[in-house]
Design a binder for this molecule. Structure first.
Ligand SMILES: CSC[C@H]1O[C@H](OP(=O)(O)O)[C@H](O)[C@@H]1O
Ligand SMILES: Nc1ncnc2[nH]cnc12
Length: 278
């Protein structure tokens, strides 16, 4: 099963056959939305709207633990995370597709960001926060669906929001060499890693944030308008990428917790099994 998390502007996939909707209960409360199951080019797909039906959840309110847990419980092994982002680089214009490879966390520590704790301590590696194999699949899909200029590798600056950045912050992030800016990759990517899922982002540029001298500062309306055309591209790439994902291939992401658990009690194994079913 392949999971798709739709961000701003992508509230349904509109591509799936044999659709059914499921409501998944999790120990972390309800996911953002009911999950749509269906088939795309013969592959089983589970779609979840990150901000809920009708976009009701702020980035801070997105229940990422419930979302990742629910997808994992449904049998998802690969997660494609679609996001609207601002551009911090002159050449990365609205409409451009980006497959990020790094994240800088500028959230404020208020989002539950781990499945560990409560007697079970583990520290997974986040050196490469996105799955390299799934990134390669996404890039190949972008190229073969006509988006030849999709950007391979970018650092995603995740702010808390819901307000956009100040101009001083936007310049600061540029001076740090960050490339795109959004509000949702943290803690989603880390939770996917803890759940041993392959996770990659398809970021769609909607604006130049507020640093660009000849462009208007970003507004929510601007993002929504640009996303209307961007989602067409997102759907094209998603329809292609599902045919490339090799469910059977082993990947380091599936072993992210190996060697990460420090808790040395007999209880630890049981807790691990209870949390992840492994
Ligand atoms: C509507 S602009 C800000 C909003 O859009 C992005 O969401 P997502 O990553 O789910 O596409 C950004 O991160 C903010 O949450
Ligand atoms: N400029 C921006 N800042 C944060 N999140 C965004 N999502 C889309 N554009 C954004």
């Amino acid at each position: 099963m392949i999971g798709v998390i739709g961000g701003s502007g992508l509230y349904d996939l509109d591509l799936l056959d044999g659709v059914e909707t499921v409501r998944v209960k999790t120990p972390y409360g309800p996911p953002s939305s009911d999950i749509t199951l269906g088939t795309l080019h013969g592959r089983r797909v589970a779609f979840l709207a990150r901000h809920g039906a009708g976009h009701r959840l702020t980035p801070t309110e997105v229940p990422s633990r419930a979302n990742v847990y629910a997808l994992r419980r449904l049998g998802v092994r690969h997660v494609l995370a679609v996001s609207a982002v601002g551009s911090l680089v002159d050449g990365y214009a609205p409409g451009r597709l980006v497959v990020p490879d790094q994240i800088v966390d500028r959230t404020k520590g208020v989002r539950p960001a781990t499945f560990f704790g409560d007697g079970l301590v583990a520290h997974v590696s986040m050196a490469a926060p996105f799955c390299p194999r799934l990134r390669a699949d996404l890039l190949a899909a972008a190229k073969s669906s006509g988006h030849d200029d999709a950007i391979d590798g970018a650092t995603y600056c995740c702010i808390e929001g819901p307000q956009f950045s100040t101009r001083a912050e936007s310049h600061l992030y540029r001076s740090w060499g960050l490339h795109i800016i959004g509000m949702t990759a943290v803690p989603e990517a880390a939770l996917a890693r803890e759940a041993q899922l392959c996770y990659a982002g398809l970021a769609l540029v909607t604006d130049y944030d507020c640093w660009h001298e000849s462009e208007e500062p970003v507004t929510a309306d601007m993002v929504a308008q640009t996303m209307r055309s961007n989602v067409i591209a997102a759907r094209e790439v998603l329809a292609d990428v599902v045919t490339r994902i090799d469910d059977a291939a082993d990947c380091g992401c599936r072993h992210a917790v190996d060697g990460a658990v420090l808790t040395a009690t007999p209880e630890a194994r049981r807790l691990l099994h209870e949390r992840f079913g492994d």
